[in-house]
Write a protein that binds this ligand. Structure first.
Ligand code: HEM
Length: 414
């Protein structure tokens, strides 16, 4: 080789970042994320005017620091002048997920009452029963060598049913939520198209109508569910407005099932790819919980989340001005070799470090314990009941960037 030939500088940080939006990048984002973390762990993309963080330490520090705020309704009003024409924007940016103090603390405290360890533990029986019922259907569908879509029969209906139990959505109403939830989730995309907005607006309007109606039913006939608990808080005084009440139920519902569907599909798939570990999970229920966490790390459902610098900050030597947009790339943080040795290896025996899949700090996922419960019950039961479970065809991912989720996971059970 001619010693004067310049070395190929490799792809730029922007090329690496933008490659994530291609079909290949969506399928396997990890080489690009690794390259970005090694070359520019705090990368400012000028076109998107956003700082992308790809190390565990930086993501963890930003998410835990309340000086980094969530983009709330005030931020939305500055950046999306026509937000009033979008019910989905009004819902999303004023919800607990995007609210800052003091509203965030107030809303979270009220809703937290529905997620106490006691309340979650009390749902175990329901989770087991629902799982068994859905696996019966899956067994029928795969009897005699048939192929069935795990996501259709278990991955979607299980989380919808569990969050439905928690909130108090009657079983007969649940099937209609799959499409609405998917459309509302378009709000999580880092770049939203006109079509994303239309779908999200329609879904939010329909879901608001549904929860308004559910609250009227609960007012007439109280039950032991989150809708009734929050209704009592609203009627108690000025702690929660009617709109906040409706939107909070909507948030818990949507946040509670699409993400869990993603986790279930990815965890089952990961174990199918690792037969020895799958046999361990079938033999020991306590390992199912570990498999859930390892799959959340290995194939992170919510790939990224955003914050706004409340004051000038320096991260990894890079100055971030007040108001700067910061994106913590959770999928990259969870594969940071500084934190997880040999990070691309799926190993349910890892211990020590908390995965960032449920975020960290004030907005740490309220449903994490419930999601872990659903995942561990489902994994153990799936792999004990169907020892011959196998992929029937390659799984199909949704065309989404923020949420990594299988739409279809075709399996055979014999
Ligand atoms: C594996 C499943 C799940 C994953 C991966 C997940 C992920 C997350 C993440 C990353 C956040 C924080 C986003 C941020 O910091 O900006 C979050 C917040 C939240 N999640 Fe989950 N979630 C899951 C399941 C659930 C379930 C089952 C529920 C409820 C039934 C739930 C309810 C919520 C709520 C209400 C918040 C907002 C908390 C706040 O802003 O204070 N999630 N989730």
């Amino acid at each position: 080789m001619d010693p004067h030939t310049p070395l190929d500088p490799g792809p730029s940080s922007q090329e690496l970042l933008f490659s994530l939006f291609t079909p290949e990048g969506r399928e396997n984002p990890f080489p690009a994320l690794e390259a970005l973390r090694s070359t520019e762990p705090v990368y400012h993309d000028r076109d998107l005017d956003t700082y992308f963080l790809t190390t565990y330490a930086h993501c963890q520090a930003v998410l835990s620091d309340s000086a980094f705020r969530t983009p709330d309704l005030e931020w939305c009003a500055d950046h999306l002048p026509d937000w009033r024409e979008h019910p989905a924007a009004d819902f999303f940016y004023s919800s607990m997920l995007r609210a800052n103090q003091p509203d965030h603390t107030r809303l979270r405290r009220l809703v937290g009452a529905g997620f106490t360890p006691r309340r979650v533990a009390a749902l175990r029986g329901a989770v087991e029963e629902l799982t068994d019922g859905l696996l019966d259907t899956f067994a029928d569908a795969t009897a005699h060598g048939g192929t069935a879509d795990f996501q259709d029969l278990v991955g979607y209906p299980l989380p919808v049913a569990v969050v439905g139990e928690l909130i108090g959505v009657p079983a007969a109403d649940r099937p209609r939520f799959r499409g609405l939830g998917g459309d509302a989730s378009r709000l999580l995309e880092p770049v939203r198209t006109e079509e994303d907005w239309q779908r999200a607006d329609t879904a939010v309007t329909a879901l608001r109508g549904y929860f308004e109606d559910l609250l009227l039913r609960r007012a007439a006939e109280p039950r032991e569910d989150l809708a009734t608990v929050l209704l009592a808080a609203q009627e108690d005084g000025d702690r929660l407005t009617r709109k906040e009440l409706v939107d909070t139920l909507l948030l818990v519902f949507v946040a509670g099932f699409e993400t869990t569907t993603a986790m279930l599909g990815q965890a089952v798939h990961a174990l199918l790819l690792h037969p020895e570990q799958r046999a361990e999970v079938a033999a020991d229920p306590s390992l199912a919980e570990r498999a859930v966490d390892e799959s959340l790390r290995w194939d992170t459902p919510v790939q990224m989340t955003e914050r706004i610098a409340g004051a000038p900050a320096v991260i990894g030597g890079v100055e971030i001005p007040a108001g700067g947009n910061v994106t913590t790339v959770l999928a990259a943080a969870n594969r940071d070799p500084e934190q997880f040795p040999d990070p691309h290896r799926f190993d349910l025996h890892r211990s020590g470090t908390r995965v960032l899949s449920f975020s960290a700090g004030p907005h740490y996922c309220l449903g994490a314990a419930l999601a872990r419960l659903e995942g561990s019950v489902a994994l153990h039961r799936v792999f004990t009941r169907f020892p011959g479970l196998a992929l029937a065809a390659p799984p199909v991912r949704r065309e989404s960037f923020s949420l990594r989720v299988y739409e279809h996971l075709p399996l055979t059970a014999s």
